[in-house]
Design a protein around this ligand. Structure first.
Ligand code: DQA
Length: 159
């Protein structure tokens, strides 16, 4: 069975395409999701993309992720990155790897964006590559998930 990966988009990412295009570009969220699904096919994983403006909804999805048989999560927490202890705590609580991604380079922006409360509990962070950040996040997550599992005996390593 192929690995299942959950991609979560946080608040205001549904506005991509028209939201501050000088910072976030003109690619819409459905277009980003299409790129993610295409990349997932190449990686031979199943991917599901969800967006919410609600912190509690994101917490619920993260709590349920392992139960729903996801092997890991790629999340762009949006502005919750900088403030949400509830998201931080749920990521610390669950037993599957989470990769944090951002379209913009949060470390080169306003002071308040330079600190992520998520970073310490995520397995890593990718920021600054536009929609490509999600694809790099998927690559990183898949490497983590596949590296965690012993290969079935007699099966050659995939190139
Ligand atoms: C963002 C960066 C956050 O600071 C901001 O609040 C967002 C988008 C990014 O993808 O660059 O909503 O997460």
């Amino acid at each position: 069975m192929p690995d299942r990966v959950l991609v979560l988009h946080g608040p205001n990412l549904n506005l991509l395409g028209t939201r501050e295009p000088g910072i976030y570009g003109r690619t819409t969220l459905p277009e980003v999701d299409r790129m993610i699904r295409g990349h997932a096919r190449g990686l031979r994983i199943d991917v599901e993309c969800r967006q919410s403006n609600w912190e509690g909804q994101l917490v619920d999805w993260l709590q349920a992720a392992a139960r729903e048989r996801f092997s890991g999560v790629v999340i762009n927490p949006g502005a919750f990155t900088h403030s949400s202890l509830a998201l931080r705590d749920v990521i610390a609580a669950i037993d599957i790897p989470v990769v944090e991604v951002h379209l913009s380079n949060i470390h080169g922006r306003e002071e308040f964006r330079r600190h992520s409360v998520i970073a310490a509990v995520a397995r890593g962070q990718i920021a600054g590559f536009g929609p490509q950040s999600y694809l790099l996040g998927l690559d990183a997550l898949v490497a983590l998930v596949r590296g965690r599992r012993p290969r079935a005996a007699g099966r050659p390593a995939r190139r």
